[in-house]
Design a protein around this ligand. Structure first.
Ligand code: FES
Length: 70
């Protein structure tokens, strides 16, 4: 997803693009695959109270999604 957002000049910022810095934290609703264990662990640390929080650089999108910056 990070490559697509960069191409689209998205306001979502990226740092590491490997899931360790948290810069790309967003809320996502839509057709996405669940987080892998490493991303899940980061989300528990960064956004435990945001059930729709995801790291945009780690998203595998399979359809339409709506993003909101956390
Ligand atoms: S860009 Fe660093 S976690 Fe996504």
């Amino acid at each position: 997803m990070s490559e697509h957002l960069t191409i689209q000049n998205s306001p979502v910022l990226f740092g590491c693009r490997t899931g360790i810095c948290g810069t790309c934290l967003v809320e996502v609703i839509g057709d996405i695959l669940p987080p892998q264990p490493d991303e899940h662990e980061m989300l528990e640390t960064l956004a435990a109270n945001y059930p729709y929080a995801r790291l945009a650089c780690q998203l595998d999108v399979i359809g339409n999604v709506e993003l909101r910056k956390v």
